[in-house]
Ligand binder design. Structure first.
Ligand code: PLP
Length: 365
């Protein structure tokens, strides 16, 4: 089967097989990896490896820290404003869809928010362009969602975070559905966060990458926020401010290793590009299916499409499932269909989907 779910999503088979064996017997020591004490040397080695491998994959500059946190990306919707709010300055948002909105709704509980630009009027059929806005006043930070998992749009350049006087406001990105899908220039960001359940591993884990100077803000805000969400505390405790999600971190470490074995993020980017091209070409040449996202803003990870007939879409998802192409129904808020084609989805999976789309189309058009 090929699983097109938006998350929890499929993981590489090699990773799952290794985890299966080690679930019973970690490194032939007779115990389950899930039962390793988080204080044991064996787990500390897993944690250190995971940090080192992720840093190597991202070519992480020295002044950034990697944090493993809990509560998925949604806990970060609260953590980011609580850590980074500063001097009553508003938080800027680039609103490009469903998840931008969710992040914004949570942030406004803790600070004033300022929507700097929004693509809502397009029905979120695009992300936001450099020309759409100019920052005019200081902000605690500027938040955006480079890949909107549900709307299927993506930014293809890092947004401008410069004020007219040349100063930069920290840029914060929710990379839940695009992290590790291509190389990124981490040095442009203040904070990057991502729920793990798409390109990294089990749901519940969140990866947070913080520029070191911003930890001073976390320290300043420490008294007015939950300890477990405080970046400075998590850094100080080496991601073990309480019992960490050890198994999820173990799985993430295996996925990072797999990515390195594949040749790193340039190779992964090429594969993702090829998969996305194949699928969008099939949609654009189809007599049945459409994707209305502006071509230069189309997501390479999440591809919504539809026959524009709810019954037919449901039939497609059901018949596809019977062919081993699973979880193609769109998000409950949007309907239609959606294929999530993260790193672990092989090219053959997309080929199988495209073939099935053609045969379905021939049957119904
Ligand atoms: N942000 C984005 C872009 C997402 O796609 C998702 C989930 O699918 C979330 C946030 C929420 O993640 P979680 O369920 O881990 O809180």
């Amino acid at each position: 089967t090929y699983n097109f779910c938006s998350g929890p999503a499929m993981l590489p088979e090699d990773v799952l097989l290794k985890a299966q064996a080690e679930l019973l017997n970690y490194q032939n020591q007779g115990d389950s990896v899930m039962a390793l004490s988080h204080r044991s040397d064996a787990f500390l080695e897993i944690l250190a490896q995971a940090q080192q491998r992720l840093a190597a994959l991202l070519d992480l500059p020295d002044h950034y820290r990697i944090l493993f946190m809990q509560g998925g990306a949604s806990a970060q919707f609260s953590a980011v404003p609580l850590n980074l709010r500063q001097n009553n300055l508003p938080i800027g948002f680039l609103d490009s869809g469903y998840w931008s909105q969710k992040a914004l709704e949570e942030a406004q509980k803790y600070a004033e928010v300022d929507v700097i630009a929004s693509s809502q009027s397009s029905g979120y059929l695009k992300a936001i362009e450099q020309a759409d806005y100019q920052l005019s006043k200081p902000l605690s930070y500027l938040h955006y969602t480079p890949n909107e998992t549900i709307d299927g749009n993506a930014f293809y350049c890092i947004p401008n975070n410069q004020l007219p006087n040349g100063q930069e406001v920290p840029l914060v990105a929710d990379m839940s559905s695009c992290i590790l899908s291509e190389p990124i220039d981490v040095s442009r960001f203040g904070v990057i966060y991502a729920g793990a359940q798409k390109n990294i591993g089990p749901a519940g884990l969140a990866i947070v990458i913080v520029r070191e100077d911003l930890l001073a803000r976390s320290q300043q805000n420490q008294q007015a926020m939950p300890r477990l969400l405080n970046y400075a505390t998590v850094v100080e405790q080496n991601s073990m401010a309480n019992t960490p999600p050890t198994f999820a971190i173990y799985m993430a470490n295996l996925v990072f290793q797999w990515l390195q074995q594949q040749g790193g993020l340039e190779v992964i980017q090429q594969r993702n590009q090829a998969k996305a091209e194949l699928l969008y070409q099939a949609i654009d040449s189809s007599r049945l299916f459409v994707n209305n996202v502006e071509k230069n803003h189309r997501s390479k990870m999440n591809v919504p499409f539809s026959s524009q007939n709810a019954e037919l879409d449901a039939k497609f998802a059901e018949q596809a499932q019977q062919q081993g192409l699973i979880s193609l129904q769109g998000h409950r808020s949007k309907g239609g269909l959606r294929a999530s084609i993260y790193n672990a989805m092989p090219y053959q999976g997309v080929e199988a989907l495209v073939q099935f789309m053609k045969s379905f189309e021939n049957q119904y058009v």
